[in-house]
Design a protein around this ligand. Structure first.
Ligand code: NAP
Length: 316
């Protein structure tokens, strides 16, 4: 049996196109998920262009849908369970998913919202945790208008931190104050008091500026590098009282923290701000707006025929 999927094709627009592929086979410790929604990440686009996901392979990382075949070893959720997952091959009508890489989605949470969570939500949650997030800390989030940034702002604000959201323009900052940001800045202009934590999504010169603002004992987490520019530290910028710049990557078992994120959504303390939504047939358009810094929050793809209800629908 075959399923439709978005596969890597270097000759296609954004190096991705719809194709028929063999239905994935769930191996040991895996369930088969009927994918209803997925979200698009910079990492997916980089994977398609760099060859990390090879030509012909199914692209995608963030998926939400329904289990249609349980794991043969009896682990994981039963058939019919709504789940969210961080998995390779997410952009397909069906995906084989490790039971440790998914979490059940509580009833009140829309699957399209759940699909927005994995890569960006885990990066926000885990980088803040690694940085020692606590009430009263001053947290700077760069690229706060994007997927990781909007989750990080909300999570830090909910923890009682003082949150400074840095964006590229006033329009890009829309909704961030409501999401919990105490200050919304264009770039880092006007920020003259030190911060305890930096969640950096931008890299380049902004990372150098953010480093200079980091207080002794502080932690800067290098999550992303959307600027694509080099970071040039002036002489002696790294000399002084101890503070750290740490590399970050989503790795390990994702299920438990995905459970934390969907629970927060169910409780109403975390919202997925979906700035673009449409059929997966419009993936090239989604990639263009994401790259063009025109998505406030997440871009969500409705997969197959199940979710093709236009850009404003909420059904899943
Ligand atoms: N390490 C990991 O495991 C991990 C996990 C998730 C994401 N990431 C990475 O983290 C980064 C953010 O991901 P995301 O999903 O939040 O992406 P996103 O939704 O596109 O947001 C990125 C933000 O960066 C800013 N930006 C984009 N291009 C820029 C440029 N040329 N100069 C300055 N700022 C720019 C934009 O804000 P403005 O338009 O407001 O300036 C944009 O909102 C990406 O590089 C992604 O690959 C890494």
């Amino acid at each position: 049996m075959s399923v439709r999927a978005l596969i890597v094709d270097p000759s296609a627009s954004e190096s991705v196109r719809l194709a028929e592929v063999p239905e994935p086979v769930a191996g040991a410790g895996q369930v088969l998920v009927e994918v209803h929604h997925a979200s698009l990440n910079h990492g997916d686009l980089n994977d398609a262009r760099s060859g990390r996901v090879p030509p012909g392979a199914v692209l995608g990382s963030d998926a939400a849908g329904v289990v249609v075949r349980a794991a043969e070893d009896g682990t994981g959720p039963a058939v019919g369970t709504r789940v969210v997952a961080l998995t390779s091959g997410a952009f397909a009508e069906r995906a084989a998913v490790d039971v440790g890489a998914l979490a059940p989605v509580p009833d009140p949470v829309d699957l399209a919202v759940a699909a927005a969570l994995p890569v960006a939500g885990l990066a926000a949650l885990r980088s803040l945790r690694a940085a020692g997030l606590a009430a009263g800390k001053r947290v700077l989030v760069t690229g706060a208008s994007g997927g990781v940034g909007r989750f990080a702002v909300q999570l830090a604000a909910h923890a009682g931190a003082h949150v400074i959201a840095s964006v590229g323009s006033a329009a890009r900052g829309a909704g961030l104050a409501e999401a919990g940001a105490d200050e919304v800045l264009i770039g880092l202009a006007g920020l003259d008091r030190p911060v305890d934590i930096v969640i950096d999504n931008v890299g380049g010169p902004q990372l150098v500026e953010a480093w200079a603002l980091l207080a002794p004992g502080g932690s800067a987490q290098s999550v992303g590098w959307t600027s694509g520019q080099p970071a040039v530290f002036p002489p002696y910028a790294t000399i002084g009282p101890a503070k750290s710049l740490t590399s970050f990557v989503n790795e390990g078992e994702f299920g438990p923290d995905l459970g934390v994120l969907v629970q927060r959504v169910a409780e109403g303390t975390l919202a997925a701000q979906i700035g673009w939504r449409g059929s997966w047939e419009r993936v090239a358009e989604a990639a263009g707006v994401l790259r063009g810094r025109r998505v406030n929050g997440k871009a969500v793809l409705d997969i197959g025929t199940i979710g093709t209800i236009g850009t404003t629908g909420t059904q899943s």
